[in-house]
Design a protein around this ligand. Structure first.
Ligand SMILES: Cc1ncc(COP(=O)(O)O)c(C=O)c1O
Length: 288
């Protein structure tokens, strides 16, 4: 399972993929990516992910490809890898293509390199029972709205979290708490869930938006407003959201318990509503 991938215009075995040493993704980290989850063999919120991929491509000025042209490939890979009704994630990566190593863009006839693969969904049990996180200074660039494959600050921060026995590091820029290395961040104050407003300093998380939409629909109080580091001590609950993590309670931050140190009622309810929505999508015609 998962051996068949799409690379450079063809389906092949993963071991047959040859990345050129002149690929700008390899040389410069010059590319964008997306991760889409499929529940029971059906993609969830695929449109939102492909729209965001187009946003990233536009931000990087990678031309000659529309993310929506990849839909048949996403479907073919399901069949070729005999996914059936399993839960999987699709990883899509597009780089600016193969050219001699010069910083400025190649001519427009250089085609982007497209790589798509499926992977098993790995869900850590702590995504349900509660995760521990640390806060770290945000050392990323100022276009965090682009899902760039250039993830060094995220990797360095995530490694710090792992070394501290935690699952995620939350970036803080100038005293403002923004998001995790691979998740969005929420905190609950006086019963209202708050998350950083969309800007160039965060990725517009698809799960973040799903959580906000659920809150709106169910009349659960939420807001998109800055969270300051100095606010955190007053938060009743905190949670992270992400495509594979879904909605995961934070029970400890920087070594201190959050609220009671157990997942609180707000996040438990929201996580349950999110799960119900994901399950409902698998029974409706194709992806939600
Ligand atoms: C930096 C960052 N923020 C937030 C997220 C969560 O986004 P989504 O809910 O679309 O998976 C991710 C996911 O990879 C991410 O890398």
């Amino acid at each position: 399972m998962f051996d068949t991938v799409y690379f450079d215009g063809a389906y092949k075995s993963k071991s047959e993929v040859n990345i050129s040493p002149d690929d700008r993704g390899f040389l410069f980290g010059d590319g964008a990516y997306e991760v889409v989850v499929a529940y029971k063999g059906r993609y969830f919120r695929k449109r939102e992910h492909l729209e965001r991929l187009n946003h990233s491509l536009r931000g990087l000025r990678i031309t000659g490809i529309d993310a929506f042209s990849l839909e048949p490939i996403l479907d073919d890979l399901m069949v070729k890898n005999m996914v059936g009704s399993a839960d999987v994630t699709a990883y899509i990566q597009i780089t600016r293509g193969v050219t001699e190593r010069k910083h400025a863009f190649p001519s427009s006839d250089v085609a982007p390199t497209v790589f798509v693969r499926l992977m098993p969904v790995v869900r850590d049990p702590s995504f349900k029972t509660g995760v521990s996180v640390i806060t770290v200074p945000d050392t990323r660039w100022s276009r965090c709205d682009i899902k760039s494959i250039n993830l060094l600050p995220n990797c360095l921060a995530n490694q710090l979290a792992r070394e501290a026995g935690c699952i995620e590091a939350i970036f803080v820029r100038d005293g403002v708490v923004l998001e995790g290395t691979l998740s969005s961040f929420f905190a609950v104050f006086n019963g209202v869930a708050r998350t950083a407003p969309k800007s160039n300093y965060i990725l517009a998380g698809v799960t973040r938006q799903a959580a906000l939409d659920i809150c709106q629909r169910e009349g659960i109080p939420c807001s998109e407003e800055p969270i300051y580091m100095t606010d955190l001590a007053n938060a009743e609950e905190m949670f992270i959201t992400g495509t594979t993590r879904e909605i995961a309670p934070i029970i400890q931050i920087d070594g201190k318990p959050v609220g009671s140190g157990q997942p609180g009622p707000f996040v438990r309810r929201l996580a349950e509503l999110y799960r119900m929505q994901a399950e409902a999508a698998t029974t409706n015609a194709h992806s939600a």
